[in-house]
Design a protein around this ligand. Structure first.
Ligand SMILES: Nc1nc2c(ncn2[C@@H]2O[C@H](COP(=O)(O)OP(=O)(O)OP(=O)(O)O)[C@@H](O)[C@H]2O)c(=O)[nH]1
Ligand SMILES: [Mg+2]
Length: 277
């Protein structure tokens, strides 16, 4: 698109389409193009290849505030609750995050608070085995009760991190959103300072709906961070631009595959390059 092109309205229209195709959304796209026009003027850019570099800078600057590391160690245990819609990649991300934390020397305890499906417990158990970490689960248990037990077990066993896996749910399923609130309340009963992190896992393929998910889960739970999964496929994850504009919540990690090591920390500059690449 940038080869031998002049800087004209046609170029901006092409850029607009490319951004929209990458799920950036109408508002964030408008913002990015306005910002880009300013940069092009100030830099007195004369050819389209410079525009590409300037757009990458524009996107990177927009995403930069989302770049923030997940910090553990301030509390023992650091209790991390994980939520999201069905199939977003919560359990897989917890498995990968467990390895990431273990590699940093942290001891991790998993809480199987997805008691909705029997298979969910088994799935988390597989990740616990792969990582050789302990897991708290109850057959036919209640998600709040499992979470309560896990936080207490984490304290008693001196774990650095307790990761709470929850069942997938849609923000429109109000009783299920209430259940999440209850899990959070009960975690606080077990440890007055917890949960220390409330993560939302979003599927990179969800497009603009991911922004709606972020808003809804944030309103219910008060999110502290995001994990964006499945960025190893065709998804570009441009919705992060919309999230950065409208509900800026840090992106701690991105998921780039189904294996234990397929979790990366979020880097705004690299992400911007990949988005436009
Ligand atoms: N390619 C790819 N697949 C992923 C990634 N993360 C998760 N998956 C796959 O997505 C599917 C759903 O993942 P889960 O971890 O079970 O999702 P979940 O959010 O726990 O699902 P529920 O508990 O049913 O709501 C599985 O097939 C995972 O292997 C990723 O980063 N890349
Ligand atoms: Mg799951």
């Amino acid at each position: 698109m940038f080869v031998n092109a002049k800087i004209d309205e046609e170029l901006y229209e092409e850029l607009e389409s490319a951004l929209l195709m990458a799920d950036t959304g109408v508002k964030a796209t408008e913002y990015l193009l306005d910002d880009l026009r300013g940069r092009v003027k100030r830099q007195m850019a004369t050819d389209a290849s410079q525009v590409k570099a300037l757009l990458a800078e524009t996107v990177a600057d927009l995403l930069k505030p989302l770049e923030k590391p997940l910090v553990i160690g301030q509390f023992t245990p650091t209790v991390i609750m994980v939520a999201g819609v069905n199939g977003a990649g919560k359990t897989t991300s917890i498995g990968k995050l467990t390895k990431h934390l273990a590699d940093e020397g942290a001891s991790v305890l998993l809480a199987a608070a997805d008691t909705f499906r029997a298979a969910a417990r088994e799935q988390l158990l597989v990740w616990a085995d792969r990582n050789t970490v302990e897991i708290v689960s109850q057959e036919g248990g209640d998600p709040s009760a499992v979470s309560f037990d896990a936080v207490n077990a984490g304290k008693a066993r001196g774990k650095d991190v307790v990761l709470v896996d929850t069942a997938g749910r849609l923000p429109t399923q109000l009783h299920l959103m209430d259940e999440l609130k209850k899990i959070k309340r009960v975690v606080t009963k077990a440890d007055g300072t917890a949960p220390h992190e409330v993560l939302l896992v979003i599927d990179g393929n969800t497009g603009q709906n991911a922004l709606a998910q972020v808003k809804a889960f944030d309103e219910t739970l008060g999110l502290t961070g995001l994990v964006v999964t499945k960025l190893d496929g065709t998804a570009k994850g441009g919705v992060l631009c919309a999230i950065a504009r409208e509900r800026p919540i840090p992106v701690y990690f991105i998921g780039v595959g189904e294996k234990l090591e397929d979790l990366e920390t979020f880097n705004a500059r690299e992400f911007a390059q990949a988005l436009l690449g």
